[in-house]
Unconditional design. Structure first.
Length: 260
């Protein structure tokens, strides 16, 4: 198959923390060799694209911020397009709140009758945050999550992600989010297609998660490749409802799909 675009997950696929995963450089070289467009798509809402650019460059990967999409940018884009004039309560780290604020959205406290509540990862999550989210949602505000990732891989091992906090808020509010905007949502699918400018059937999605990376590709009509360098093992693959087009030990095997 001649792919004109490649979508790459970041954590667990290309890097772990700030270290390139073995084989990552070979896989990226193969993409460059065939001249395919590439897009790094992460479900981490905290770091904006310029920060991701710096992080990947510390891992020895040359990338431009225009090649990076995160659940934070997807969330920001969606809110600007659909709720630009509404008050937003953000339960998340400063990196996410700053992205929303910098886009011109009005961020308010939980007691100021927000019309929108956004929830993402917060490594300083506290009981008071849960109380505030309950207050903000009490009068029917719309409830958006940045991404569904329950755990995320780091250099020190897996840690709780946005999905864990979103579930906590959903529990106290006794309601599911109105939408979760990162992978595999239609919002992120649309951003990928608009950015790459390539037909879905000409795009390969590469990632380590079945329910986000592989689900996104399947839902959007793209081919998919699962890499076994992140959170998915053989048992999870066997039990999953999502079947990737290809299964690779690492990004280094991407060459066999693109070049050979």
């Amino acid at each position: 198959m001649q792919y004109r675009g490649v979508v790459l997950d970041v954590d667990g696929t290309v890097v772990r923390g700030e270290t390139a995963i073995p084989g990552a450089h070979d896989g990226l070289a193969a993409i460059a060799e065939v001249g395919a467009k590439r897009l790094f798509v992460s479900n981490n809402p905290v770091k904006a694209p310029p920060a991701y650019e710096e992080r990947l460059e510390r891992a020895g990967i040359d990338v431009d911020a225009s090649e990076i999409v995160t659940s934070g940018t997807a969330t920001t884009s969606y809110l600007v397009s659909n709720h630009a004039d509404e008050r937003v309560f953000c339960l998340g780290e400063s990196g996410l709140c700053d992205q929303l604020r910098d886009a011109g959205l009005e961020l308010v406290a939980a007691a100021e009758n927000p019309e929108i509540v956004v929830v993402g990862i917060d490594r300083d999550f506290h009981y008071d945050d849960l109380r505030d989210a309950h207050l903000a949602l009490r009068d029917g505000a719309l409830f958006y999550g940045t991404d569904p990732d329950i755990i995320i891989p780091t250099d020190e091992g897996d840690i709780p992600g946005s999905g864990a906090i979103i579930r906590a808020v959903a529990g106290i509010a006794d309601r599911d989010p109105d939408a979760i905007l990162g992978k595999p949502s239609p919002v992120t699918q649309g951003i990928i297609l608009d950015t790459l400018g390539v037909a879905p059937e000409e795009i390969l999605v590469v990632g380590d998660r079945l329910d986000t990376d592989i689900a996104l590709g399947i839902d959007a009509g793209m081919d998919t490749a699962l890499v076994k360098t992140g959170v998915t093992d053989d048992a999870a693959l066997e039990a999953s409802e999502y079947t990737p087009t290809y299964v690779l030990d690492s990004l280094g095997e991407l060459r066999t799909l693109l070049v050979e």
